[in-house]
Every structure is written in C-alpha cells, then in structure tokens.
Design a protein around this ligand. Structure first.
Ligand code: ADP
Ligand code: MG
Length: 163
C-alpha cells in the first residue's frame, strides 16, 4: 500500500473507517507513531467502520486494561502499551489471547513490545504538519495482506467518487 497523506483529523478517521469496513475476524492492527500522531483517533474511525455505535466512547484504556467495544460487525479490542514497562505486564493483561482470537484488535504503541503475532497490519502515523499526517501501512502475513488489499480498493473507490 502506498503511503497516504491526510490533512485533517476527519480524513485520518475516514481512512481508518474504511479499514473497519473490510476488517476480518482476527485482524490485528499495530499502531505506531509519536504522541499526538493520531493513533487513538485512528481507532475511533476503525470502530465506526466496524459499526460500533456512536455513543460508545473510544478512548485509550488507562493503565493495564484492554477496552472492548461491542455492537459492531465484529468485537473490537483496544490496547495501549504506552504505560507498560515490561513484557510480563503485557502477559498480565491477556493481550496475547486477544491477538489469537477472532475479534479485531488495535494496539497503540505496538512497537514497544513484540505483541502482534506473525500476521498483522502495521500502521505508522507520522506528523508532518499541524494538521497533516503521513500514514504508512505494512502487512506482515497473508491475512493482513488480504485485508490491506481490500482496504486499498475501498479507499481508491471512495476517492474516485469524491473527485
Ligand atoms: P495518539 O493516540 O497518537 O497520541 P491522538 O489520536 O490522541 O494521538 O491525537 C491526535 C491529535 O492530532 C488530535 O488532537 C487530532 O485532532 C490531531 N490531528 C490534527 N491533524 C490530524 C490528522 N491529519 N490526523 C490525525 N490527527 C490529527
Ligand atoms: Mg493514543
């Protein structure tokens, strides 16, 4: 997938929403980027695309918890490794079980520990201006690759429609 540039928070959420529409059971999304890059915002768009009801608050789980958002096409699990200091804390929150499961998993600060398994999407968000972000996507296995392809197609269709 080619890098994408977004020019507003809404555009980043929209990119993520399209991923939510095509995500499959077991899709794991690792989010990488500095503070304020848009990782949490991305998860909000992802939730919307999965059909999680709008009144469900999508915020980073505090401390060592994993948030679960229901009500959508698939359950969405949301973890944030920012405050974790050791791998055994990751074990404690049960993230590995969730990653092996059939929901959709979004993990902020996914580069802090080895948590994504062998087949995941890695979404890198880079701040390139006050309201500009560059989004780079890598798929590390066949399932993630299939989702990335469907996502790219959906985005291309949406952009053609808008143009
Ligand atoms: P993170 O979880 O990576 O720390 P957040 O999603 O919490 O980041 O915050 C991103 C912040 O950057 C929000 O305040 C959002 O409004 C702002 N922002 C500005 N432009 C963009 C953009 N193009 N994409 C994403 N966020 C943006
Ligand atoms: Mg965040």
């Amino acid at each position: 997938m080619k890098p994408m540039t977004t020019r507003s928070p809404a555009e980043t959420a929209d990119v993520a929403e399209h991923l939510g529409r095509v995500a499959a059971p077991g899709t794991v999304v690792g989010l990488v980027g500095d503070l304020g890059a848009g990782k949490t915002l991305f998860v909000q768009g992802l939730a919307r695309g999965l059909g999680v009801p709008a009144d469900v608050r999508v915020v980073s789980p505090t401390f060592t918890l994993i948030n679960e958002y229901g009500g959508g096409r698939l359950p969405l699990y949301h973890a944030d490794l920012y405050r974790l200091e050791r791998r055994d804390e990751v074990d404690d929150i049960g993230l590995d079980e969730v990653v092996r499961g059939d929901g959709v998993v979004a993990i902020e600060w996914a580069d802090r520990f080895d948590v994504l398994g062998a087949d995941a999407l890695i979404v890198r968000l880079r701040t390139t201006g006050a309201t500009e972000r560059v989004i780079e996507v890598d798929a590390t296995g066949p399932a993630a690759r299939a989702v990335a392809d469907a996502w790219a197609d959906a985005l291309a269709a949406a952009w053609i429609e808008r143009a």
